[in-house]
Structures are given as structure tokens and as C-alpha cells.
Write a protein that binds this ligand. Structure first.
Ligand SMILES: [Zn+2]
Ligand SMILES: [Zn+2]
Length: 388
């Protein structure tokens, strides 16, 4: 093992500059979900240069790709994300995920045949879109078929081997009413903005009667056109989350009634779009997570005991859906960002610091070493290759 692991490290050392450059380029040109033309092209170019067989336009998604190296029987996937958030750029650090996963793939490919593995880097677009995202569509259309395990590492304020990942559903709500002069003929109007107000009031009251682990959050995306026109068309975008998909179903029914209340009270028409392809909760493969943690600790990474904070800091990702289909891990890697946290512009700034650049190297190496370990340990290899 020492020989294999040092070969992996040497290979990663040789591409360190290219990975940092890739991360900074993606950061400087943020692209929204399913529009990541530059990021996916740059990733494919780099992987191609390092001997990967690259297939683009996977699952009929123009910015998805699959890149393979090696030909061994155990097949390991590494997921690269590269979409940004609207308005605040790479505030979730997906530029780092892209570089880390490319680096892990390139470094692991160096020893793929020695350890009897096939390495697949999957370019998975649009993690932030909240419904029918890249991995969900790719899973459905077979892009993950044949893999024995998948992994990725996500930037965060602090290290965690198994961060709490809960189920989530995003959907758009539209109300359709009737315009009228707001002063002269208000009795002829049907107020779609009032419908939204009633729904939001109902949701506020509902909060007393949901699980502590449930979450409801949203924004108004259209509130009307002018104060002297009774608003006829309003809309909002909401995300609801629960510990798992079953509890999410229960929450969904309660939330739906709140939106129906708005329509009933005002006489407007309710329309709900999306929410049909939710993010699943994450089933962490604890064996693989432990191997990852051991390798990250060997690089000097410290995993704090988060205590109750671990459950409080819950997020959602379509890697949860991958974890329902095969053994998977999604550790968090610290980039020394505090007090800045994910989805803040200050976190965007933290994603190109020296600490962030170091996380690319450490995360990539810890993943590549994890691949070396899981392929070389007979019992782990057997477990992954023979699961039902
Ligand atoms: Zn995010
Ligand atoms: Zn993210």
C-alpha cells in the first residue's frame, strides 16, 4: 500500500497547479445549473489530457459528462459539481468540488489497474436547482449504472465525515386572479397577492404543528405589477425539507393545504409546478466514511466533535439520491471560512483563498487514497461488489 499511495500523491502533486487554476477559472465565471458550459468543457479537457475516455452530453443533459479510466472490475464513481447560485456566484464552493473530484479521479487513475479498479468521474450539473437536478436525471437515465460506490467531498466551514443530509422538495406556486382598477372597481378584482399572503400566514401558523426537523422556506417571485392594478398573477418558490422522504410526504400534504387556503379565501386559482423529483435523505456508508476520515486525518485534517450542531446544520443534496442507489459518501471539508457559511457572498470569497486551494489537494488525495484502500482491502472490496 505505501507504494500505491505515494504514487497517487505524486500524480496529484503533478496536477496541483492545474487544479487550482481550474477552480479559480470556474469561480471567476459562475454558471447556473444546466448552463455550466465552460466548467464542464474545462473539466472534460483536463480529464482527457490525463487519459480519461470522456463522454459528453450524458443523459441528454448538455453539461453532464462521464469520464472513465482503468479497466478493473470494481467500479468507483467520483461526482463533480460545478453550478453556482443566482446572484452570489460560487457561494457553495462547487468550483472546489469540481477541482477536487477531477484531482481524485486523475490521481486514482494512476493506480487503477494495479488495484483492479475502474475510475469514473461523473460531471453532475445543477445541484442547486432543487428538483429534477443533474444526479437525479442521470440516475434515472442510467449514467450511474454498474458503479459499486460513489463519492464526493463538499466545502464547508468545518470538517465532517457524515454531515446531516435531509430530504428536500422545491416547487413553484402560482395564483391566478383577475385584474381590476384597485380604487374605482376593486369589487371586480380577484387578488392573487392576497392569496399568497393568506398562504404565508397559514404556513406561519403551521410551524407550531410540524416536526422540529421539518423546514419550510420560500421567496415571492412575483407580487404584482402596480399598486393600482389588483394583482392577477403572483408566484412564489418554496423548499420544504424533512428527515427523510416519508416524513417529507406528510409535510407536503400539510403545506399544500396552506396554499389551497389562499386560493379558497380569495377565489383565485392555484397552480403548483415542480416538487415531483425531490432530493432524498443521505444514507452514509459508514465503512467508507471511516476510511475517508482516516485518510484525511493522515493529511492533518481535524474532525471536530460537532455535538448537537451536527443535526442542526442539516442540508440537502442530490447525492442523497445516489446514496439510495449505491454505497456513497459526502464528507465536508473545512475551508477556514467562519464566520462565513455556505450561501453567503463572504463564503464565495472564501472559496479561492489559500485554505480553499489546500482543501482541493487534501480532499482529492483523501478520496483517491480511499479508493486505493477500498479496492485493496479484500473485505471492503467484497462487500461493495456483492451487495444485493
Ligand atoms: Zn449549496
Ligand atoms: Zn453545494
Amino acid at each position: 500500500m505505501p507504494g500505491v499511495k505515494s504514487a497517487v500523491r505524486e500524480k496529484l502533486d503533478s496536477v496541483r497547479g492545474a487544479l487550482v487554476d481550474l477552480s479559480h477559472r470556474i469561480h471567476a465565471k459562475p454558471e447556473l445549473g444546466f448552463e455550466e458550459e465552460h466548467a464542464s468543457t474545462w473539466l472534460c479537457e483536463l480529464l482527457d489530457q490525463h487519459g480519461f475516455h470522456v463522454e459528453k452530453n450524458v443523459a441528454s443533459l448538455p453539461t453532464a459528462f462521464v469520464a472513465r479510466a482503468g479497466s478493473g472490475p470494481i467500479k468507483i464513481g467520483v461526482c463533480a459539481e460545478y453550478d453556482c447560485l443566482p446572484g452570489i456566484g460560487h457561494a457553495c464552493g462547487h468550483n472546489l468540488i469540481a477541482a477536487m473530484s477531477a484531482g481524485a479521479g486523475i490521481a486514482a487513475a494512476r493506480i487503477a489497474d494495479e488495484i483492479g479498479a475502474t475510475i469514473t468521474v461523473l460531471g453532475t450539473p445543477a445541484e442547486e436547482v432543487g428538483n429534477a437536478s443533474g444526479k437525479i436525471v442521470m440516475l434515472k437515465r442510467g449514467a450511474f449504472d454498474g458503479l459499486h460506490a460513489s463519492m464526493m467531498v463538499h466545502p464547508a466551514p468545518f470538517e465532517a465525515a457524515t454531515m446531516k443530509i435531509i430530504a428536500a422538495s422545491m416547487f413553484d406556486v402560482c395564483y391566478h386572479g383577475k385584474e381590476a382598477h384597485a380604487s374605482a372597481f376593486p369589487e371586480l378584482g380577484i387578488n392573487a397577492a392576497d392569496a399568497l399572503t393568506i398562504a404565508q400566514t397559514s404556513l406561519g401558523l403551521l410551524r407550531q404543528h410540524i416536526r422540529q426537523t421539518d423546514r419550510i422556506h420560500g421567496i415571492v417571485t412575483k407580487g404584482g405589477d402596480a399598486p393600482n392594478i389588483v394583482p392577477a398573477h403572483t408566484s412564489a418558490r418554496y423548499i420544504i425539507r424533512s428527515d427523510n422522504l416519508e416524513e417529507l410526504q406528510e409535510l407536503r400534504a400539510k403545506v399544500r393545504r396552506c396554499f389551497e387556503a389562499g386560493a379558497l379565501a380569495t377565489g383565485s386559482k392555484l397552480e403548483i409546478q415542480g416538487g415531483d423529483q425531490p432530493y432524498a435523505h443521505m444514507h452514509h456508508d459508514l465503512g467508507l466514511a471511516a476510511i475517508y476520515q482516516r485518510n484525511a486525518e493522515a493529511l492533518g485534517r481535524k474532525f471536530p466533535d460537532l455535538g448537537p450542531l451536527r443535526d442542526r446544520v442539516a442540508a440537502s443534496t442530490d447525492m442523497g439520491n445516489v446514496s439510495q442507489a449505491m454505497p456513497a459518501i459526502h464528507p465536508a471539508i473545512g475551508i477556514d471560512s467562519l464566520p462565513a457559511v455556505n450561501h453567503q457572498p463572504e463564503f464565495t470569497a472564501a472559496c479561492i483563498t489559500p485554505a480553499a486551494d489546500q482543501a482541493i489537494f487534501d480532499g482529492a488525495l483523501a478520496m483517491a487514497w480511499t479508493i486505493a484502500d477500498l479496492a485493496s482491502d479484500p473485505s471492503t472490496r467484497m462487500r461493495l461488489m456483492t451487495r444485493p
